[in-house]
Design a protein around this ligand. Structure first.
Ligand code: F6R
Length: 609
């Protein structure tokens, strides 16, 4: 939520910040702003709108200077107005700040500062920080910021510059992500790695209650009390091209097409000689893992859907009881955690506030925490006992696509690893299951090359306001995911349901205007029943779109449209079945003239609870 870029070095800061901030636009796009310091003056340009629109409205050329901070906003406190856009300044426009997070005690602070004579220009929570720093400023911006931080309750990632000390850029973090990029003769701050990968791959992850002072040739880190800390930069192995659109019209489409590669990378080195090798990733000993008698998976949104698929995999193959929890609900009950409980957290960004809070609660209750994360070094990764990374590369599109299928692959790998340890599957069986898994990238490639049918089906949705997605067993979470993808990028109201539940209510919605997507791949469990459900919808004139296994003639006779997916194991078919649903959501959004990379009201990384 909200994106921050800051720069100090020899280049002109403003154009660099505009360019880098565009890569953070997935974090917020209701307004944007830039501040530089030049010739003892604070220069600020900001306005409402997406970064491109703001760029066209402001005078970038006027922003000279080699130090600057910038921000794209996802409004929490205060309407979307120019006044509320960041950066914000103190009374004399000498101190400028950008902020991501929520200052929970801003009303009290504001009241106190107004009494002291401070003049406020915005209705944001953020502005109090600029005035608080002003209150403490005595020729040392680092000290003044440190003193101000002592009063803040809530979450913040902050960038601060002062006209009095133009050779310094201050950064501070509590509960909202902030990284420092180490360059040669220049340094950066950013909310996320992909934004500055073009300039440096050496990253320091600022942790809670840490501050940094960036100069062009130096970065020093302290805790909030001013104690010096040594932190080695991490080298990021993501290729900067992955953070570009590379000829695709949107990141969402590019990332859908990157899935075969993301899966191959995620498998790389983990499936050798017919067995699963996760020894380098999992710190728990075999004995510890064998003692696990129950797993709780916590996640939000799309990652929560992955968790539901994981539940099916782990119970079916590894025979471990699994419960799936919304991370946002987990700590508001009294979760029962005993010695045998393993908590698995799933998160693409590794920064989702609710998921982070859930793992903290789990650790407080002495659970072992394993996380499945895409963003290396992120908060969830750092705070978990063990991390299984997905290697999907940076995911920029707000709607999660390649991260989701990579999460499913990791869950499958972990399931097979646990099945081997617990001897719930024979070595031969595991070998066979791995072989099927290794075929997935190529099968997905074939599926992606054949999207003409999906484009045709997308036209049906042009005039629709409602849609249903139905599936059973392991495909029920895929139905949920299909519905979520469609609603978030096309604004069509969509519901995912277990197909048999339709008769208990939603069937009342079916008429000739209702498109119903069925996940109807062949399996020994529910296939015949799904065909029955298709007939029930057809009998009520609904429009049936069926995702079927290649060569299935029976389903073809019943459905209005079929989308075949390659033959694979039932359990893996859910990974392939997700792809046409992602494409469907994408093409429906584009047909309706919407930008799927920037769906309204959404932010990629939900770092507020
Ligand atoms: C939907 C989507 C969100 C995220 C959710 C959790 O397309 O992207 O529902 O899945 O906000 O985010 P992470 O996985 O980063 O914790």
């Amino acid at each position: 939520m909200c994106g921050i870029i800051g720069y100090i070095g020899n280049r002109k800061a403003a154009p660099l910040m505009v360019e880098a901030l565009k890569r953070l636009e997935y974090r917020g796009y209701d307004s944007a702003g830039f501040c530089t310091i030049n010739n003892n003056r604070t220069l600020i340009e900001k306005d409402v709108g997406k970064i491109n629109e703001v760029e066209n409205k402001i005078n970038l050329n006027a922003l000279n200077g080699n130090v600057g901070i910038s921000h794209c906003r996802w409004a929490t406190h205060g309407n979307v107005t120019k006044e509320n856009a960041h950066p914000h300044t103190d009374c004399n426009e000498k101190i400028s700040i950008v902020h991501n997070g929520i200052i929970e005690n801003f009303s009290q602070l504001k009241e106190m500062l107004i009494k002291k004579g401070h003049k406020f220009r915005s209705s944001t929570d953020t502005e109090v920080v600029a005035h608080l720093i002003e209150e403490y400023y005595k020729n040392n911006i680092e000290e003044a910021t440190r003193k101000a931080l002592q009063h803040l309750e809530g979450s913040y990632a902050l960038g601060v510059i002062s006209v009095e000390e133009p050779d310094k850029l201050i950064a501070a973090r509590n509960e909202s992500p902030l990284i420092i990029g180490i360059g040669k003769g220049e340094n950066f701050i950013a909310s996320d790695v992909p934004a500055i990968l073009k300039y440096t791959d050496k990253i320091i992850y600022l942790e809670n209650n840490q501050m940094a002072v960036l100069e062009k040739n130096n970065v020093s880190i302290t805790d909030i009390n001013g104690n010096k800390m040594e932190k080695e930069p991490v080298k990021i192995d993501w290729n900067s091209e992955l953070a570009e659109k590379s000829g695709y019209e949107h990141f969402m489409l590019k990332e859908i097409h990157e899935q075969p590669r993301a899966i191959a990378e995620t498998l790389n080195g983990r499936t050798e000689n017919g067995s699963i090798n996760l020894k380098e990733d999992i710190v728990f000993s075999d004995e510890e893992l064998l003692k696990v008698s129950r797993i709780i998976i916590v996640a939000c949104g799309t990652s929560w859907h992955a968790a539901l698929v994981g539940e099916f995999m782990l119970e079916e193959l590894a025979k471990i009881p699994v419960e799936v929890e919304y991370a946002s609900e987990f700590r508001y009950r009294n979760p029962i955690i005993d010695e045998g409980t393993l908590v698995i957290a799933i998160s693409q960004s590794g920064e989702t506030a609710d998921t982070l809070a859930a793992i903290r609660e789990a650790k407080r209750r002495n659970a072992k925490v394993l996380s499945i994360v895409n963003a290396k070094g992120s908060s969830i990764a750092r705070e978990s006992d063990s991390v299984l990374y997905t290697y999907a590369g940076p995911e920029i599109g707000v709607a999660s696509t390649k991260a989701f299928t990579s999460q499913l692959v990791v869950l499958y790998l972990f399931t097979l690893y646990a099945s081997n340890l617990r001897k719930s599957l024979s070595n031969e069986k595991i070998k066979e299951l791995i072989e099927k898994l290794r075929k997935l990238p190529l099968q997905m490639e074939a599926l992606l090359h054949n999207d003409a049918k999906i484009r045709e089906i997308a036209n049906i949705y042009l005039s629709k306001q409602n849609a249903l997605f139905l599936g059973r067993g392991i495909n029920f979470p895929i139905a949920l995911e299909g519905a979520l993808k469609l609603k978030e990028v096309s604004y069509i109201h969509a519901e995912g349901y277990p197909a048999a539940e339709m008769k208990h209510g939603p069937i009342a919605l079916i008429d000739k205007n209702m498109p119903v997507v069925f996940l109807a791949t062949k399996d020994i469990y529910t296939y015949k029943k799904i065909l029955g459900n298709i007939q029930e919808v057809k009998a009520r004139n609904g429009i049936v779109i069926a995702i079927v296994t290649e060569g299935d003639e029976e389903a073809k006779k019943l459905a209005d449209y079929v989308v075949p997916i390659p033959k694979t194991l039932y359990i893996l078919s859910s990974i392939l079945a997700a792809v046409p649903l992602q494409l469907l959501a994408y093409y429906v959004a584009v047909n309706r003239g919407l930008d799927p990379d920037k769906p309204r009201n959404l932010s990629k990384s939900v770092t507020v609870e």
